[in-house]
Design a protein around this ligand. Structure first.
Ligand SMILES: CC(C)(COP(=O)(O)OP(=O)(O)OC[C@H]1O[C@@H](n2cnc3c(N)ncnc32)[C@H](O)[C@@H]1OP(=O)(O)O)[C@@H](O)C(=O)NCCC(=O)NCCS
Length: 145
């Protein structure tokens, strides 16, 4: 972790960010981040087979973005998936911010559907229209250590 991210992590711990990890009815996990009792973000995973999961719905409430919460959610998800023996994680990435958060958590991807991060819009349409529509993204996968 670089020093800028390390500082963000310490600040977030000082702010009292807490996490709840629950097994989801569909066999994956639901992970929620709370600040002073308010849910500020979440991420979900879906189990594809014994060793493979899909990560989706990484979301931080607009008022709380840019403080490292998305990265921390992705890191908590990575930790839980590794503990459960997951070896491969797939995601559909829709913005540079989410890609950066996921790379902080999962490391360099083993495969991507793009040549460079510049091909991903800096701001996804999720954030432009504010409706949180699910949409197509750029497929990315990671082999977990
Ligand atoms: C994507 C999302 C979860 C990121 O959450 P967040 O808490 O704002 O993310 P972080 O603060 O952890 O930042 C993640 C990265 O984006 C960068 N970033 C954050 N806000 C930024 C901004 N306004 N401008 C430029 N970069 C920014 C951060 O610097 C960080 O990169 P770094 O670690 O290399 O420095 C959030 O923007 C969101 O909910 N978007 C709408 C839903 C969505 O598109 N989900 C993704 C589906 S794949």
């Amino acid at each position: 972790m670089d020093s800028r991210r390390a500082i963000r992590t310490v600040l977030n711990e000082a702010r009292g960010l807490t996490f709840q990890v629950m097994k989801a009815p569909w066999g994956g996990l639901t992970l929620r981040a709370y600040l002073a009792g308010e849910e500020v973000g979440h991420v979900t995973t879906e189990t594809l087979d014994d060793t493979k999961s899909h990560l989706g719905n990484l979301f931080v409430k607009p008022a709380h973005r840019g403080r490292g919460y998305g990265t921390l959610l992705a890191q908590k998800a990575a930790q839980s998936l590794k503990e459960w023996g997951v070896k491969t994680v797939e995601a559909d990435v829709t913005s540079q911010k989410s890609y950066r958060a996921l790379v902080s958590a999962f490391g360099t991807p083993s495969a991507t559907a793009f040549e460079s991060i510049d091909e991903i819009p800096a701001t996804s349409y999720h954030e432009v229209d504010g409706e949180g529509k699910p949409g197509d993204g750029w497929a990315v996968s990671w082999n977990l250590q």
